[in-house]
Design a protein around this ligand. Sequence first.
Ligand code: ADP
Ligand code: ZN
Length: 209
Amino acid sequence: MNIILLGAPGAGKGTEASKIVDTYKLPHISTGDIFRENIKNQTPIGLLAKSYIDKGLLVPDEVTCKIVEERISREDCKNGYMLDGFPRTIAQAEALDKITKIDLVINIDVDFSLLLDRLCGRRVCKDCGETYHLKRLNGETKCARCGGELYQRKDDNPETVQSRLSVYNDQTAPLIEYYTNKGVIFNVDGSTTPEAVHELVSAKLDSMK
Ligand code: ADP
Ligand code: ZN
């Protein structure tokens, strides 16, 4: 099964993605993670991506589409995969339609007023990518899952977050209609808890087996 996770920054795509991966063993393809890995290794793609990501802007479609196309053509994706953070523009969705068939788009819907706090308080494990909220960490600085150091993403500051949210509104939100028209969208309320989201998503995925 080929799945897309759609949602605003902070909607909980990453959290739900790691739950789906644990349960359904699908390769998890996060364009954000791929870019961060490239930035860490100072590759040419990383250097280019950094100049956009630090401003809260999208990396150009040509670059992003090429990376995804290469990634989903690999052997481990032949029985399905899960895209997280891609597509983010109509042009990316159209490029994807040319190379693959999408079975389900899970749209995690969260009220905008919650996103700013979620993003600015977010802490991420540098080793496994698990995310936490500052308020629930109670001073803890290590990952509960693997013991890795927690850090704040450079783009999780109020200014960059504002620009990411407006980029989402302008460029990514239109994808909801795009996939609704294709009849593949599944809307989930993401303002509840990660567990409640996962329960709804698992029920949907199980019904499609
Ligand atoms: P979030 O969903 O929390 O904003 P991601 O980790 O998915 O974070 O992405 C971080 C940044 O990487 C984005 O703000 C954007 O600059 C860049 N990026 C990720 N995916 C894409 C994409 N599909 N197209 C263009 N830029 C992307
Ligand atoms: Zn960890």
